[in-house]
Structures are given as C-alpha cells and as structure tokens.
Design a protein around this ligand. Structure first.
Ligand SMILES: [Zn+2]
Length: 367
C-alpha cells in the first residue's frame, strides 16, 4: 500500500471514530438525563427541547405566557394524532421551593413517553386524550431558589407586589379568581401567603387562567403538584363551599391513595383543604373546579415534615414512582368515565363510594 493511500485510510478511520464519538455523546446525553436528581431551570428547558426533538409529532413545547422577569412559561403537549381530543392538565413548581414537584412532572412525562406504545391502557388513553404538562410554573422563583442557599426556601413569585421592593413576591396559589382574598391569605406583602394586589395580579396566574379557559371544554382533569405532607386535596379551600361532585372526588382520591400505598407503602390522606390541612382561597385547583373542570386535585408529595421542602435526592425515585400510580389511577378513572369504558379502577371506586355512603349513613346522628 502506498504511503498516500495508507494516509487516506488513517484519516478515514479517524473521521469515523470521531463521528462515532459524537453519536455516542449525543446518545449519552439522551439516555443519561437523570430523573432522580434535582435540575436547574436551564437543564429542565434543555430537557424539554430534547424531548421535542426526539418525539417529533408527539411532544410539542407550547409557550403560553411570561413570568414577571420575562421568562417564557412553557408546557409540553403530548398528543398522538391530529384530531381534537379531551385533555389532562398537570402543573408543577407553582411554589418554587417544592423541588420534588418539577422532578415529578418530568418523571410523569417520561413514563407516558416510555409506555404509550407498549402499555395498552396508556395507548388507549393517548388515543382519546392529550396531556398538557407544565414542569415549572413559577420559573422566576425556581431560578431564585437555585441561586444560593439563603434563597432555597423561597415560595412566591418574584414581582414587587404592592409595597415596593421591601418584600417581594405573591403566593401564586392564592392569586387565582376563586373566592380570592377570603380565607387563608394575608394582605401583608411580606407574608408567605400574600395573595397579590388583586385577583390575577400575577402574570403566571394569568397565563394558566387564559390557557385553561381556552380549553375548558376539553380539559377533564386538573392536577397541580406540590409538596409536602402526603395529601391528596380536593376542592374547595373555603370551608363553606362544597363541590357538587365532592363524594365522587373523595372516592377517586381514596382510590389514588390506595394506588400510592401499593407501591412503597406510603400513606396519603385525602380530603378538602380545610378538613385535612387548612382553609385557603385563590388556589388554581379551586378555580379550575369553579369553571367547570370536573376532576381537580392537589397532590402534596413526600414527606411528612422530616425533610420538608428539602427532600433528599434519594427519595425522588420512590416519591415519583408512587405518585405516578396515584395520578394514573385518577386519569384512568376520568378517561374510562368520559369514554364510557368499564374497568377495574371504576369498579374499585364504585365500591369505595358505597362504603363511604354506608359509613355516612351509619354515623348520622340519631334524631
Ligand atoms: Zn405548594
């Protein structure tokens, strides 16, 4: 072999190795996104872009508003086929210090994408419903909690409120147009539960409101993910108002708690906010139920206070695994009821409903 041919061959081999290296790196990036680690806002945005590229025609990034600091609020739409469908809403990270919440939204998206072609039930649900999932709603707050250790427990938005720069931020989950400003809030802008200058004063709450209102006839189920406390909360936060389908919500919630318990044995308590936590007003869950979305729930993920908002990373995986089964139980019920499909979940829920009714009847006072 001549010197020059040998040279060309060496160059070709090197080029081949180089491109293999690039493919390897790309695949590595894709495969190695660590769902059981907390991620910065930039990492989560990169992950969303990556998913959109990898699942073209199924995953779409949808911008639907701006934060106070001008970040683009985006959700992932997961949709198979092009026809108009019913839909499921999920948002995470409305309270910025609850880091397990965005971690869960990411895991939830991964599970749907990993299973919708092989799991018959997920395939059927995707053929009838779209998913709208916001991994981080309070992006400004989330970025702030990552800046330094002092900011780690920031809860609110980052807007100045009505008292200037002395105390920043509004509690976004007290800012929705649902009995706004009545219970469980503060008018003091330094408070953690300051509810804003008026209802929907915050651009983040406005964004959710206008997006969901535009799809109010399609969205059947509204799930909003928080931590901590291990609770499944039902509407409403106001103790004097009751959802018309509260018994059904209760039985769907109890079935979800059962599904959660079956994974790692964790107990979740189900009830309205005033019954199992505290009264509140202006929450997104209550607003969604008030505008007619039939199934609205707040998840308060692990734990019960030992680590609180600083849930260690080694608990991300079990927390996500169990909460996924809880959310899936609710979504399956909503799907099967909407599309008139009998299944085991609805039978279980009907049984729970009967037991609850019997308990109510037998515990009624003797008058
Ligand atoms: Zn929260």
């Amino acid at each position: 072999m001549s010197q020059s041919i040998r040279g060309i061959l060496v160059l070709l081999v090197l080029a081949g190795l180089g491109s293999l290296g690039r493919v390897g790196k790309c695949a590595e990036h894709r495969v190695n996104y660590d769902y059981f680690k907390y991620h910065t806002m930039a990492e989560i945005t990169g992950w969303m872009e990556q998913l959109e590229k990898e699942h073209q025609g199924v995953v779409t990034i949808v911008p639907y508003g701006q934060t106070y600091e001008n970040r683009s609020i985006t959700l992932l739409k997961i949709s198979v086929g092009s026809e108009k469908k019913k839909a499921i809403w999920m948002d995470c990270g409305i309270h910025s210090r609850e880091w397990i919440s965005p971690a869960f939204c990411q895991y939830f998206v991964k599970q749907i994408l990993d299973t919708y072609q092989t799991d018959e039930k997920m395939k059927q649900m995707l053929s009838n419903m779209d998913f709208y999932i916001t991994p981080v709603l309070n992006m400004d707050g989330y970025v702030y909690t990552w800046q330094n250790i002092t900011n780690r427990l920031w809860r609110k938005s980052r807007s100045p409120g009505n008292c200037g720069d002395s105390c920043m931020g509004t509690d976004l989950n007290r800012n929705f147009d649902a009995n706004w400003g009545t219970v469980g809030v503060s008018r003091n802008c330094c408070s953690e539960v300051y509810n804003g200058a008026k209802e929907l004063s915050e651009t983040e709450a406005q964004a959710v409101t206008s997006f969901v209102l535009g799809k109010r006839n399609e969205i059947m189920c509204f799930l909003t993910i928080h931590s901590y406390g291990q609770l499944i909360l039902l509407p409403y936060g106001h103790p004097n108002v009751s959802a018309p389908n509260i018994d059904e919500l209760m039985s769907v919630g109890v079935a979800a708690a059962e599904a959660i318990k079956n994974v790692h044995g964790m107990s979740y308590t189900v009830g309205t906010s005033p019954n199992v936590l505290y009264p509140n007003s202006g929450s997104s869950r209550d607003w969604a139920r008030l505008i007619g979305i039939p199934y609205t729930f707040t998840f308060e993920l692990r734990d019960k206070g030992e680590h609180g908002f600083k849930l260690p990373e080694d608990q991300i995986q079990p927390t996500c695994e169990e909460a996924y089964e809880g959310a899936r139980s609710i979504i399956t019920y909503v799907h099967d009821k909407t599309f008139n499909i009998p299944n085991a979940a609805s039978t279980l829920i009907a049984t729970i409903w009967m037991v609850l009714l019997t308990l109510c009847l037998t515990s009624a006072p003797l008058l």
